[in-house]
Design a protein around this ligand. Structure first.
Ligand code: C5P
Length: 284
C-alpha cells in the first residue's frame, strides 16, 4: 500500500445569504433557517504522517492546544475510528475569527476530511456529519461543497444544486470579535411570516434581496457596533446591489454586478484597517 506522507487542503469561508432565528430549543441552541454560500477566501491546512497528534499555526494569538478546533476534530476522529497513528498539522490562518465567516468551523471539517485520507479510513463507514456537529453547528456545511439551505442548528442541509451565484463579492471585516453566543441572546426569535430564503436567493434579484433577505442578527449587532452599519452603507454607496452581515458578524459583505466596484470598496476598507476579501463572479 502507498503511504501518504503529506496532504494539503484549503478550508474556505462562507457567507450567510439571509438568516432567520426561529425559536429557542430545550437544549439551549436555536433553530434557524439560512442559506450558506461558500466563498474562495480560505485558510490552508497541511497534514503529515506522525506518531502523535500536534499542530502549528501562523497566527500566534491562537492556541495550538487541545482547545483548538483543528486538534479537537483530529482527536475526535482518532478516538471514534480507533486510529493508532497521529498527524502533524499546520494551519495557515488567513480568515479572521469572530467574523461570521466560519473559519474555525471550516478548519474542523477540513481536518476531518484530510485525516480520513491520511489515515486511509473508509469515509462511508464514518458518521462524519454527526462528528462535525459535535464540533460546532456550522461544521457539517463545510463537509460539502455546494450552496445549501440549512435548518435546525444549521446541520439539516438541503443543497441548492442548480443554483449559481453570478455576482462579484467584497467581504469586509472590522477588527471586532463577536461572540456567537452573545449575539443569539440579543435576538427576539420569531417563526411568524418568515420569507422563503431559498426562493429569494434563487431569484438572484438584488433588489428583492435588499428588501427581503433578512439576517436577524443584523439589527442588534449594528445597534451595538454602529461602525458595522457604516460598513454596510459604504458597500451600498460603492455600488453593491445588496449588502449584509454574515452570520453573527462582524463580517459584512457586498454583492456587486461589477468586480471593479467590489475591489474598490474592499481596498478603501483595507486602507481603514479592515481585513478584506474580494472575488470576481465565477462562470457556471
Ligand atoms: O455550535 P457552536 O459551537 O458554533 O455555537 C456557539 C454558540 O452559539 C452556542 O453555544 C449557542 O449558544 C449558540 N448557538 C445557538 N443556536 C445555534 C447555533 C449556535 O444558540 N443554532
Amino acid at each position: 500500500m502507498i503511504k501518504i506522507s503529506s496532504l494539503h487542503s484549503e478550508a474556505p469561508a462562507k457567507i450567510n445569504l439571509g438568516l432567520h432565528i426561529l425559536r429557542k430549543r430545550i437544549d439551549g441552541y436555536h433553530d434557524l433557517a439560512t442559506v450558506f454560500h461558500r466563498i474562495s477566501w480560505a485558510d490552508k491546512l497541511t497534514a503529515l504522517s506522525a506518531e502523535k497528534l500536534s499542530m502549528t499555526c501562523t497566527d500566534h494569538t491562537l492556541s495550538c492546544g487541545d482547545d483548538n478546533l483543528v486538534m479537537r476534530a483530529a482527536k475526535l476522529l482518532q478516538r471514534t475510528s480507533d486510529v493508532n497513528e497521529g498527524a502533524s498539522m499546520h494551519l495557515e490562518k488567513n480568515l479572521p475569527h469572530g467574523a461570521g465567516i466560519g473559519g474555525g468551523s471550516s478548519d474542523a471539517a477540513t481536518v476531518l476530511l484530510m485525516l480520513c485520507e491520511l489515515w486511509k479510513l473508509n469515509k462511508a463507514a464514518i458518521p462524519l456529519d454527526s462528528l462535525a456537529l459535535q464540533l460546532g453547528s456550522d461544521v457539517p456545511f463545510f463537509l460539502h461543497h455546494h450552496t445549501a439551505y440549512a435548518e435546525g442548528r444549521g446541520e439539516e442541509l438541503a443543497p441548492m444544486t442548480g443554483y449559481h451565484f453570478p455576482f462579484s463579492l467584497a467581504v469586509i471585516v472590522q477588527p471586532i470579535h463577536i461572540s456567537t453566543q452573545w449575539a443569539f441572546r440579543q435576538v427576539d426569535v420569531s417563526e411568524e411570516n418568515r420569507a422563503d430564503l431559498v426562493e429569494i436567493v434563487a431569484s438572484n434579484d438584488l433588489e428583492r434581496w435588499r428588501y427581503e433577505l433578512v439576517n436577524d442578527f443584523e439589527e442588534p449587532v449594528f445597534s451595538h457596533w454602529p461602525q458595522l452599519r457604516e460598513v454596510k452603507s459604504h458597500l451600498l454607496r460603492s455600488g453593491a446591489g445588496f449588502a449584509g452581515l454574515t452570520g453573527s458578524g462582524s463580517g459584512v459583505y457586498g454583492v456587486f454586478e461589477s468586480y471593479e466596484d467590489a475591489n474598490e470598496a474592499a481596498m478603501e476598507a483595507r486602507e481603514d484597517g479592515c481585513s478584506t476579501w474580494c472575488q470576481p463572479s465565477v462562470r457556471p
